[in-house]
Design a protein around this ligand. Structure first.
Ligand code: B12
Ligand code: SF4
Length: 547
């Protein structure tokens, strides 16, 4: 405890991977000499582990990241359980959802305070105030209950922090493995230059900020973090979780990437050793940018398509066009990058014509892994305001539902919910696995190029295409049901067909993923010995390792 300040903070958050929100907070707290422990919680199964940590670590503050509205109910139950065993502990919650829903959350007796917006500065001040019994009124972004129960809202920070000044997020001792390689996520920015998409809360989250709606780390600072991960944790695959990895101006994006490349080389990161995954809007790329992204090792691009009709794009406030999307896809065809996308083809104003256009688009991109669904309501999004104003809202806080204005599209959405997205359906997970497969097939091409990796890539494309064809047939089948009544039996038959196809396909994807995994394990060994060509070309080794 020497040199440590009084104050122990237990940070809780969903950790499907290292959760950067709590890990940035943890780094800042440790920098300020507080003691920190991280308790991951993505599901009810992890409650007992978290509660065990509450007992053994005995924190002064429990800080829960509730970014995901979908997990809010679970976290509220967890918070109650923590209070049951440690009544006096101060529990604060933060992240996107609490930033907007603080009033409702503070109605829960177990929640002592909410920290809105970015949390680094406020959390350290809160720990200090709680542990030294100071008043809470000087803590920025804090909302809390006074002794008489009234809600007190402190002032908000209205400027982005200098992101280069933040300590790098805390990391586990050992890096995660994703797609068969050592893996880490990071962000190079906060906020979004567009900030207007109707289903998104990022614009509102940073709305109070003066100046630009986003802040950037410098390339040198990003490269330092990557180099640390590369050298100390042997990380080879980096996923950038920025809302937009690229900038509004293509020239600026190009210069930034060029500078990142230079900084990485200066830091001793061998570019041929690393691979990256990014997200970008379709209007963010051009050939020059793709060339430099390729040099940086980009193997996966999640392209923000979101809707493949101009009216749909307009309704979602995407500020892009189908031509722009098609152009970016055409450019991407010339690069070895797994391109994936999501289609929010269901939204309050969706029409059947739009649905047609989206299905047509899927068909035109049958080799690409994608996901589709409805634009869901999250607190702080313009969509929330729209559905309330139009009287379309139904369901219950925090899991809202809404009605699509066009009856036929609404019917189609509900049939989808009873088929593709019904409970225990294999489709939602399978679509994510196919996205992963698409990235992985390019990743192995980059790290272990040769005949076998090309063969595995072809197998992946075939699986993706076959699955997409079936998905399209199902969508068309659903479409044909729309004018009919008494379709319960047809829906049930279709759901059974889907179950059997998607279950079978999941097995095939798992088999191919297993094959890729074996290929990577063995490929590394042959590469280390400088005989990878022999491995890639050998039929016998292919048979032995079932590749
Ligand atoms: C990485 C990510 C994921 C990862 C999760 C990784 C993990 N944690 O295990 C994956 C891919 C799994 C994922 C999935 C989903 N995601 Co997501 N995801 C993100 C993303 C892109 C980055 C998050 C991040 O790391 N940011 C970097 C950190 C440093 O910033 P931050 O999270 O904002 O944290 C700061 C503040 O918010 C605050 N803060 C956060 N927590 C706390 C807690 C306390 C106590 C305090 C004081 C402060 C505080 O302080 C932090 C530091 O300043 C965000 C977008 C975004 N810009 O944040 C979406 C985002 C969080 N995801 C979103 C959504 C909708 C989803 C999905 C529902 C998507 C889907 N349809 O499946 C799922 C739900 C997952 C689930 N578990 O239920 C929405 C959340 C909206 C909402 N309120 O629900 C976001 C905001 C995207 C968006 N533009 O709408 N996601
Ligand atoms: S969806 Fe992406 S582009 Fe649109 S506002 Fe949100 S972060 Fe920005």
């Amino acid at each position: 405890m020497k040199g440590k300040r009084k104050g122990k903070v237990l940070l809780i958050g969903a950790e499907d991977e290292e959760n950067l929100a709590i890990r940035y907070l943890g780094a800042e707290l440790e920098n300020n000499k507080y003691l920190v422990s991280i308790a991951p919680c993505s599901s009810y199964n992890q409650f007992s582990e978290v509660l065990k940590e509450v007992k053994s670590f005995d924190p002064d503050i429990v800080a829960v990241s509730m970014a995901f509205q979908s997990l809010a109910t679970m976290f509220l139950e967890l918070i109650q359980k923590i209070k049951n065993i440690k009544k006096e502990v101060h529990i604060t919650v933060g992240g996107h959802f609490p930033t907007f829903e603080y009033e409702k959350l503070l109605e829960y007796e177990s929640v002592n305070s909410v920290i809105r917006f970015e949390g680094e500065k406020p959390i350290s001040k809160l720990v200090d105030a709680v542990c030294t019994h100071k008043k809470l009124s000087n803590i920025p972004n804090l909302i809390y209950k006074s002794e008489d129960g009234t809600i007190i809202k402190n002032y908000s920070i209205i400027e982005f922090m200098d992101l280069d000044q933040l300590p790098f997020p805390l990391r586990n001792e050992k890096a995660h493995t994703r797609l068969g390689e050592t893996f880490a996520t990071l962000v190079t920015s906060r906020g979004c230059f567009h900030s207007r998409c109707i289903y998104c809360c990022i614009g509102a989250f940073h709305q109070a900020k003066t100046g630009l709606p986003y802040a950037l780390r410098t390339p040198g600072n990003i490269a330092k973090e990557m180099a640390e991960l590369y050298k100390q944790k042997n990380v080879r695959l980096f996923q950038f979780h920025d809302d937009n990895f690229l900038l509004p101006s293509k020239k600026d994006s190009y210069n930034r990437l060029k500078s990142l490349k230079k900084s990485l080389i200066e830091e001793g990161v061998k570019l041929e050793d690393i691979a990256i995954l990014i997200k970008t809007r379709p209007d963010g790329i051009d050939e020059e940018i793709l060339l430099i992204l390729e040099e940086l090792g980009t193997v996966g691009v999640f392209l923000g398509v979101e809707n493949a009709s101009n009216s749909g794009l307009k309704a979602l406030a995407r500020a892009t066009s189908v031509d722009e999307i098609n152009y970016s896809l055409k450019l991407l065809e010339n690069f070895d990058m797994g391109v994936t996308f999501n289609l929010l083809m269901f939204h309050p104003r969706a029409t059947l014509e739009e649905i047609n256009e989206n299905i047509y688009f899927m068909n035109n991109n049958i080799n690409l892994a994608f996901d589709f669904g409805r634009a869901e309501i999250v607190a702080g999004s313009p969509l929330e305001i729209l559905v309330k104003r139009k009287g379309l809202l139904s369901g219950q806080w925090p899991q809202w539902d809404y009605r699509i204005q066009d009856d036929a599209v609404e019917k189609m959405f509900r049939i989808n919910a009873h088929t593709f997205y019904r409970e225990n359906s294999h489709y939602p997970e399978l679509s994510h696995h196919m996205i992963a497969l698409s990235y992985r097939s390019e990743l192995i091409q980059r790290f272990y190029p040769g005949k076998k990796s090309q063969k595995l890539k072809n197998e992946a494309i075939n699986l993706i295409r076959n699955c997409n064809k079936f998905t399209l047939d199902c969508l068309l089948n659903i479409y044909s049901m729309l004018p009919e009544t008494g379709i319960e039996e047809s829906i049930s038959i279709l759901a059974q067909e889907m179950d059997s196809f998607y279950e079978n396909h999941t097995k095939k994807v798992d088999e191919l993923t297993g094959k890729m995994w074996r290929f990577q394990m063995v490929g590394k060994k042959f590469q280390d010995r400088g005989v990878d060509d022999y491995f890639q070309d050998s039929e016998i080794l292919g048979k032995i390792f079932k590749i």
